[in-house]
Design a protein around this ligand. Sequence first.
Ligand code: NAD
Length: 354
Amino acid sequence: MKSFTYTGQPARVIFGSGTLSRLAAEIERLGCGRALVLSTPEQADHAREVMSRIGGAAAGLFDGAAMHTPVSVTEKAMKTVADLGADCTLAIGGGSTIGLGKAIALRTDLPQICVPTTYAGSEMTPILGETANGVKKTQRTLKVLPEVVVYDVDLTLSLPPALSATSGMNALAHAAEALYAEDRNPVISLMAEEAVSALARALPDVVADGSNRATRSDALYGAWLCGVCLGSVGMALHHKLCHVLGGTFDLPHAQTHTIVLPHAIAYNAPAAPEAMAALSRALGADEPGRALFDLAGGLGAPRALRDIGMPEDGIARAVDLALENPYWNPRRIERDTIHELITRAWAGEPPEAG
Ligand code: NAD
């Protein structure tokens, strides 16, 4: 066994079906009684359901959460926090809504309860990305790590098939890169392999029949583990590329991850044999990059960056940006091979064999 450092992140996790019924007790357990419920405009109904469950412990609703946590939205929510005298936040939704709860926690230290309804995994990380004047800045601080996470499988039943597919692939990316992270460790690697296995098994069934609680439960369990991986060890080429592509061309988050992942994994395959062995076991296939490409295809998810709005003349700019600010990756980042990678991902071609 090689030497390693493992840092556990404190978090209380409640997982199951019907767990919304536990929310009132969790608010009380935190010593709170005035929760500001957060959601996107599209999930205001989910938020109202939560408010009716927690009754008098709901101070009010802010349903203006938006993608990439714009500071302008956070400022409006901060006014609501002050007006209502909220003593905790209860975020119900995906990464966008959970991001808003984290942004409020950063400014106020209010405890957070999260009820995730996608597979993005933000609820398990001490990471916050905020956008101001078109620039997204990401920071890592324990101030934003949620205190309590309540996974209720029932809420994921309404996640549409297309979003289930791409959100699930987004989650897989966290686990896949955790397996070759510079600061990887045996505990997180165990979780990562289990996560990839659970999600790869569940996602085709989830997309075929989103109302099946058993497969939804497997997918959410896998997504939870993926979130732990993201919050515990550093990420590499894949996350860097998605950050560059999403930020530069305003591409949708989960779809971008879905398209890039097979290519990033195939790129790193020659330099990360142990990670590839774990991915091969979890995916039941010899070539993990190709297997992820096939999985995305089977889910009916997009596989070409050109299909989600990236212009062809953006490839050269993306390569330049991917090479800026050296960052750790198991394989050296070289201009020609990265150009080839992005070109294939743009065109929707399978990844190069590793
Ligand atoms: P999202 O939160 O933007 O949700 C997408 C849409 O789906 C929203 O309109 C939402 O209301 C809706 N939706 C969510 N769950 C639903 C459900 N069960 N039924 C019906 N509709 C539902 O998408 P996301 O992919 O979860 O999050 C993306 C954002 O999260 C990005 O800004 C990304 O940067 C951030 N993120 C942050 C971290 C982190 O650790 N800080 C990790 C992952 C993602």
